[in-house]
Design a protein around this ligand. Sequence first.
Ligand code: KG4
Ligand code: ZN
Length: 336
Amino acid sequence: MTDKFILGIESSCDETAASIVKNGREILSNVINTQVDFHKKYGGVVPEIASRKHIENIDSVIDEALFSANMTLSDIDAISVTYGPGLVGALLVGVSSAKALSFATGKPLCAVNHIRGHICANFVAHPDLKPPFVCLVASGGHSHIVNVKDYTEFEILGRTRDDAAGEAFDKIARVLGLGYPGGPLIDELAKSGNGEAVYFPRVKMDNNSLDFSFSGVKTAVINYIHKAEQKGEEINKADIAASFQEAVTDVLCEHTIEGALLSGAETVALAGGVAANSALRAKMTEKCKKHGISVIYPPPVLCTDNAAMIASAGFFEFQKGNFADLTLNAVPNLPL
Ligand code: KG4
Ligand code: ZN
């Protein structure tokens, strides 16, 4: 096979990103323009601001990705883009740019599901990784346990019934007055806290379901803080952060390992922003070891939103001959 170079474009939330990846595995450039400073003061992503910033930045981000890879559009074999799930206005910026580039250059267009993209970050980080394996995808918008049967074949083993894990991290960080995005701030603060200081609930669904529910633990933490405030008691933020993180990572590990055992997987991969969590990485590695299951995860920069993962997922669609045409539209609720 001759080498294939894919330009990936990502704009589903608050990162405008473009990347060139060789053969789905090797990063030649990975440009991420984060808007986090513009959304921080609102405590979360403001969709209108996100769309406007994507429009302002997308051309220069793509130019920079080509420039850093020392390439021009004529060196690219296909253009791949996230078309969902995500914020519709934000997605449309990437989709429109990708379609325009495809039309202008005559290069094929590959439509990528953002959640599949997160999983593919592991193919970039671990060049020898091959399916099958089980992947926990936990981010600000999604929490899924996925059986990765092949590069483009995925089976959902469990998913959240309410909040995503990252959403819970962001909410608790806000209640603790830590700032946004909350995950990395809780991760850091928890290092100086006692994870056994307060017991927060670990929700288990009936019928042996691997589904998650994080709204209960979120409410329990908020109630705990409010009660302490009403009584005029001082709260220990580090202990609360650590205890909350302990509860969430317990559930993420338990359900994922059950999924791996059920599907006979020898490897568990982590993906999505929450996969950057140091406690989750350590706990999953330790618990999986007892079952002879190995644990892998991408470096933090490939856990949170980026376009290298979209270029990788696009490469595998390209290989299968799965091309999109110029009728491609953004699909905000796209299932995995
Ligand atoms: O994958 P991502 O960048 O965007 C979505 O697709 O949602 O994930 C962002 C989420 C945020 O909720 C953020 O708080 C969380 O990932 N996150 C973390 C950590 N780093 C990012 N959560 C826990 N610990 C971290 N170290
Ligand atoms: Zn994401």
